[in-house]
Design a protein around this ligand. Structure first.
Ligand code: AKG
Ligand code: FE2
Length: 315
């Protein structure tokens, strides 16, 4: 089925002022989160970000992608997919820039200086607060999942084991009403991804039943999505969904994804509480950086089930 499918992602309201652990509204949201992430691997979150910041972030993205290619390419990184990525013949509409540690002002500032040696305070002053605010949502979601699994004792370890990468994307409009591939179908490899987009839709999510849902977030809402590492850590209790971007029309789509990513040296291992006869262990413990070593080989890039190939436990 195409993106005309009437299916919709679950919508969850995080905009209540008192959404704190231990409150009745927290417990109510947490049940919805667990249900959505178990079933779809993602949901739409209503979450307040000041209107001014929302506008500023898209102004910053436009400025960034309008820079000359040579300038954008100055953001190179040893870590795969953390620097500038684009100009791929298979996905000609797509380009993306990684902002490693975007929630930390020093880090965002140093990338800003690479791109704009003359300075660009409005860029840091939109990107850093945006990433910080979205990181708070990431933490809430992860805490809720751990609580639902009765594993809150692991929360601090879990929280301390990740870094944030803000990856911002531009997809050119294909100038046609035929849907063109913006980004290949994939599952994210990290813990949790939180996506925010402008008014141009294009994201599609594959359900467990094999139907593509066209995602049409309301203005100002976010898409929260589980990555393979969280799926593995929970021994499958949360699902990591395939998703892709399909583009039509003339307008450019801008999106920003905050990725929580396991730190190098942290072994992802499902806690013993989550492994039993009904729930046999799905993956052997693995190091995320080593796994990416496989994923970014030519074979890994062709492999839709890279994590399973890399460390899946045979049934
Ligand atoms: O642009 C989007 O909405 C999706 C991007 C995405 O899936 C990714 O960067 O992993
Ligand atoms: Fe993705």
């Amino acid at each position: 089925m195409g993106s005309e499918s009437p299916l919709k992602l679950p919508q969850i309201d995080f905009s209540k002022a008192d959404l704190q652990p231990g409150t009745a509204s927290w417990d109510c949201v947490r049940v919805q989160v667990m249900e959505a992430l178990g079933k779809y691997g993602c949901f739409e979150a209503f979450y307040d970000i000041p209107l001014q910041l929302r506008k500023a972030i898209f102004d910053s993205l436009e400025q960034l992608f309008d820079l000359p290619l040579q300038t954008k390419m100055r953001n190179s990184s040893k870590k795969p997919y953390h620097g500038y990525v684009g100009q791929y013949p298979q996905v000609p509409l797509f380009e993306s820039m990684g902002i490693d540690g975007a929630n930390i002002m020093e880090k965002t500032k140093s990338l800003t200086e690479v791109l704009w040696p003359e300075g660009n305070p409005s860029f840091c002053n939109s990107v850093q607060p945006f990433a910080q605010r979205v990181a708070e949502l990431d933490i809430m979601v992860r805490r809720m999942v751990l609580e639902c699994l009765g594993l809150e004792k692991y929360f601090e370890e879990h929280e301390g084991s990740t870094n944030y990468l803000l990856r911002v994307m531009k997809y050119k409009g294909p100038q046609t009403s035929d849907a063109k591939l913006g980004l290949n179908a994939h599952t994210d490899k990290n813990i949790v991804t939180i996506l925010y987009q402008n008014q141009v839709d294009g994201l599609e999510v594959l359900t467990k039943d094999g139907e593509w849902i066209g995602v049409k977030p309301s203005e100002g809402s976010f898409i929260v999505m589980v990555g393979d590492s969280f799926h593995a850590w929970t021994n499958g209790r949360v699902y990591s969904a395939f998703h892709r971007v399909m583009m039509t029309g003339n307008e450019a789509r801008y999106s920003a994804g905050l990725f929580s990513i396991p730190k190098a040296g942290y072994t992802i291992r499902a806690p013993e509480e989550l492994v039993d006869d009904q729930h046999p262990q799905l993956y052997k413990p693995f190091d995320h950086v080593a796994f990416l070593g496989y994923y970014y080989t030519p074979a890994g890039q062709q492999d839709q089930f890279a994590l399973k190939t890399y460390c899946g436990v045979p049934e």
